[in-house]
Design a binder for this molecule. Structure first.
Ligand SMILES: Cc1ncc(COP(=O)(O)O)c(C=O)c1O
Length: 464
């Protein structure tokens, strides 16, 4: 039986027998079946019944140029015909890998020396940790290996990147996190700020807590701090203005690397090429994926500064090789699409477009900030979140976390808008090419969906 009570379609029935779905309740899925998406065009996708949806999450925060972009399809076709596969092992190379690395260096928010490719954001962050260890061994700091991430940070799902991730579902029953990965506090002022504390004082406190953690562990054992500019999958949490500067003062004091996870925020999403610029970060390295190829092919990259690059290169000479790399890291298809994607972002001035639409996007969210179900409306560029609460004044959480958020997400789906509920925060991250008229379509049903959810939440006793 599908969610609407109809029998499962052929594709749904086959899916239920054959697939284990990521981030899905397997017991529930067996009953309701998948939502099968068949095609995409612009900011829309079409399901197997032919129904059209606004893709309000750009897939998984990644399809920045929407669906069916003819230039990207041509670039992919051309590369497939010319060199469908090659690798970068043993000193081999190919033009799109070189060109894309050069382009990333040009637009990076700090002076980047070298790029190393992978296929996913998780692999990029795993690579970051290995590079931090390798680098600290190269400079004789052999005890300096612990990595500090943050509660509610999201950095992926491989063993180390899932350990960096600070969300319960990624650890529970997986025997994670592994040792040597620590979690600092979340810069979520509305929820975690104390009575009478200003945003700036809150940032000062978080930086002081980070310093205490480092001192407790021993500064000689702590290698790096990793952070997303805006916490995406943790609930679209935008940090206070002075937060990263205060954190950077601490990481610098203790000779730590600062890893910037730009997997969601990179390539225009927050209104600058990188979230580091929007939020005043000073990274020593950064991870990129998702919008690097507008999600038309899997590709991720890590950019490192000169210090790291020189130490790593020299050490690989002593060891005899740099013993790291993935068969598909820097796949020619991904690199060729990446080159074309960055060219399109520049030619069509995607950063300018995001900046132009950001106030309109924000106004759509703010319009609902006083709704009785809404605790806080947040946005940076074209990513946003509506955090729901049974009592805005006390930033209370619901008795059964996640239920009300899921209900609202499903209400929006009924109105033809695909969004994602992160617990009780409804996230918005449409393709960056969305127009003002399409934003109207995306947000049009939100008032009615909030009202329906509020009525249901009251009837079900979720409002406290
Ligand atoms: C900030 C961030 N880092 C890393 C990842 C992991 O990327 P992937 O799913 O490609 O492994 C994600 C995925 O959403 C992410 O949002």
């Amino acid at each position: 039986m599908a969610m609407d009570g109809a029998p499962l379609t052929n594709a749904q029935a086959r899916d239920v027998e054959a697939l284990l779905h990521p981030y899905t309740n397997g017991v529930q899925h067996r009953k309701v079946g998948p939502h099968v998406i068949e095609a995409g065009e612009g900011v829309y996708v079409y399901d197997e019944s032919g129904k059209r949806f606004v893709e309000g999450m750009a897939g998984l925060w990644c399809a920045g140029l929407g669906f069916g972009d003819a230039e990207l399809i041509d670039a992919a076709r051309e590369q497939m015909g010319k060199l469908p596969y090659y690798h970068l092992f043993g000193g081999r190379s190919f033009e799109p890998a070189i060109e894309l690395a050069e382009k990333i260096k040009e637009i990076a928010p700090f002076e980047v020396s070298k790029i190393i490719y992978q296929s996913s954001g998780s692999e990029a962050n795993d690579t970051q940790v290995k590079l931090a260890w390798y680098y600290n061994n190269a400079r004789g700091k052999t005890e300096k290996k612990k990595i500090i991430s943050r509660i509610r940070g999201y950095h992926g799902v491989t063993i180390v990147s899932a350990s960096l991730t600070g969300l319960p579902y990624n650890h529970t029953k997986f025997d994670l996190p592994v040792s040597g990965i620590l979690h600092a506090g979340t810069p979520h002022f509305w929820r975690e700020g104390r009575d009478g504390e200003s945003e700036d004082e809150f940032s000062t406190r978080l930086a002081a807590e980070l310093e205490e953690l480092i001192l407790r562990e021993g500064p000689d054992t702590v290698a790096a701090f990793i952070a997303e500019p805006v916490m995406g999958a943790g609930g679209v949490i935008t940090p206070p203005a002075s937060y990263f500067a205060k954190i950077a003062a601490v990481t610098k004091k203790y000779d730590m690397l600062f890893i910037d996870d730009e997997v969601i925020c990179g390539f225009g999403r927050t209104g600058n090429w990188f979230g580091a610029t929007t939020f005043g970060m000073e990274p020593t390295s950064m991870s990129m994926a998702k919008q690097l190829t507008a999600a038309y092919a899997p590709l991720s990259a890590v950019a490192i500064n000169r210090d790291m690059a020189e130490a790593i290169e020299a050490q690989s000479g002593e060891v005899g090789t740099f013993g790291h790399g993935f068969t598909y890291g820097g796949h020619p298809l991904g690199c060729a699409i990446g080159v074309k994607t960055l060219e399109i972002y520049q030619r069509r001035d995607i950063v300018g477009h995001v900046r132009k639409l950001a106030p309109v996007f924000r106004a759509h969210l703010d319009r609902h900030a006083d709704h009785p179900l809404v605790g806080e409306a947040r946005a940076a560029g074209l990513m946003g979140g509506l955090e729901l609460s049974p009592d805005k004044a006390s930033a209370a959480t619901f008795r059964e976390p996640g239920k009300v958020g899921a209900y609202l997400m499903n209400e929006m789906l009924k109105h033809g808008v695909i969004l994602r509920a992160i617990g009780d925060t409804l996230a918005f991250c449409p393709p960056m090419v969305i127009t003002e008229a399409e934003l109207d379509e995306l947000f049009g049903p939100l008032g009615a969906a909030l009202d329906a959810t509020h009525a249901w939440a009251k009837a079900e006793g979720h409002m406290g």
